[in-house]
Design a protein around this ligand. Structure first.
Ligand code: ASP
Ligand code: MG
Length: 422
């Protein structure tokens, strides 16, 4: 008998029929003798629908100024789906109970709409499990020190599930979703993309931060910190498939590098169009420039990603960086108003039509020439690289958005990701 956490995403919970399927699957696991904790997302589209209603009522002010009430509102989506799942399980003849975040409780800090989990009290859940019940813990939400309802950021029920699994020292956390695992890249862009049987936690962390939408990045951080065994798998297999087969399906996130896993140098290719490039041109090249520019940006709570500074010519240089596209206008305005005059820089230029393409693999630690192969591959396609950033296990390039799919496809082929692992 094991203690297992299941997490079901919005699509898996998308209709009464699908919720019934989830209930049947969970019942199968419970009847096989496992203690089951289930963390559901809101039914698909529900969080957007709720936040859309708020927008209709608050057109003039920034949504963020309503953040406390937005959390009150958005948390209802998960509360509804949790109760529905409990009902479906009971209808299947199982004993089941659902708890909102505050009832567990799942304690968080007070940063509404992006709260962090601080602690989880597992007593109530444990005693229900001991009494033979399936326990449903509402995803995405918690309660802060003052008793306010908080939410964990979009996609946050992944983090709820992993945090519950960590707190309860669960044997495994299974993330059921609408894809059947983690792929070498998005199969909608590259049909030859393959599902990875295993992926290292570090690679998963990079992929999540680089725009792969399979898991919320915080859930991966949590899994890493507490070494939670975690698997991503499909909720669209028939609910009555053999449980042992199901338990081995999908993609397992591993922590041991030398555990037998697919030994590719590059494991995956990530890409995103969420960023925009900003250049401050003709900046006097003297100490404190990066600080003046990026300090002002950071003070406005704008996150910066790739950064480059050119060599100077005649004592002047160009300084470029990327920000989230949503922050583009705000950043340009800020630089024009506050930073340009102070710096004596000539101009702020920008480009929103860029994308970032990254190769990821822990094999890059022990192999040389991986990045140069990436650059060569792109140059052979005539794709100009505008910016580069690297870490131990990834290389990212910023290129013109219109070449994104071409870049991803040719890199996928060049690194033989379409070939079955040896
Ligand atoms: N329902 C929330 C969202 O749509 C949380 C989640 O699904 O994980 O972002
Ligand atoms: Mg999700």
């Amino acid at each position: 008998m094991a203690l297992i956490v299941h997490k079901y995403g919005g699509t898996s919970m998308g209709s009464p029929e699908r919720i019934r399927n989830v209930a049947k699957r969970v019942a199968k696991w419970a009847r096989a003798g496992h203690q089951m904790v289930v963390v559901p997302s809101a039914m698909s589209g529900e969080t957007n629908r709720l936040l859309g209603l708020a927008k209709e009522l608050a057109p003039s002010r920034a949504m963020q100024s309503y953040h406390r009430e937005l959390d009150m509102l958005a948390a209802t989506g998960e509360q509804a789906s949790s109760a529905l799942l409990a009902i479906a399980l009971q209808a299947e003849g199982m004993e089941a109970v659902s708890y909102a975040g505050w009832q567990v409780p799942i304690r968080t800090d007070s940063s509404y709409t992006k709260a962090r989990i601080e602690s989880i009290d597992d007593q109530r859940v444990r005693s229900d499990l001991a009494a033979g019940k399936v326990v449903i813990v509402t995803g995405f939400q918690g309660i802060d020190g003052e008793g306010n309802i908080t939410t964990l950021g979009r996609g946050g029920s992944d983090t709820s599930a992993v945090a519950v699994a960590a707190a309860m020292k669960a044997d495994e956390c299974l993330i059921y979703t609408d894809v059947d695992g983690v792929y070498t890249t998005d199969p909608r862009v590259v049909p030859e993309a393959r599902r990875l049987q295993t992926v290292s936690f570090e690679e998963m962390l990079e992929m999540a931060s680089l725009g792969s939408k399979v898991l919320q990045i915080r859930s991966v951080e949590f899994a890493g910190k507490y070494k939670v065994p975690m698997r991503v798998l499909s909720s669209f297999t028939p609910w009555d498939i053999d449980i042992n087969e199901e338990a081995k399906s999908g993609t397992l996130i591993t922590f041991e590098e030398d555990e037998k896993m697919e030994q590719a140098v590059v494991s995956g290719i990530a890409f995103n169009r969420d960023e925009a490039k900003i250049s401050v041109l003709g900046v006097p090249d003297k100490p404190g420039i990066a600080y003046k520019i990026l300090g002002a940006v950071a003070d406005a709570n704008i996150e910066v990603d790739v950064i480059i500074q050119n060599v100077s010519k005649d004592g002047k240089t160009d300084f470029s960086f990327t920000v989230n596209r949503n922050d583009y206008t705000r950043t340009v305005e800020l630089l024009k108003e506050k930073v340009l005059p102070e710096l004596g820089a000539q101009e702020v230029a920008g480009d929103t039509k860029i994308c970032k393409v990254s190769i990821v693999g822990i094999g890059m630690r022990s192999h040389v020439g991986v990045a140069s192969k990436m650059f060569r591959t792109l140059s052979e396609e005539g794709i100009n690289i505008q910016m580069i950033s690297t870490s131990e296990i990834k290389t990212s390039v910023v290129i013109d958005e219109k070449y994104m799919e071409l870049a991803v496809r040719t890199l996928h082929k060049a690194f033989e990701l379409d070939q079955p692992a040896a």
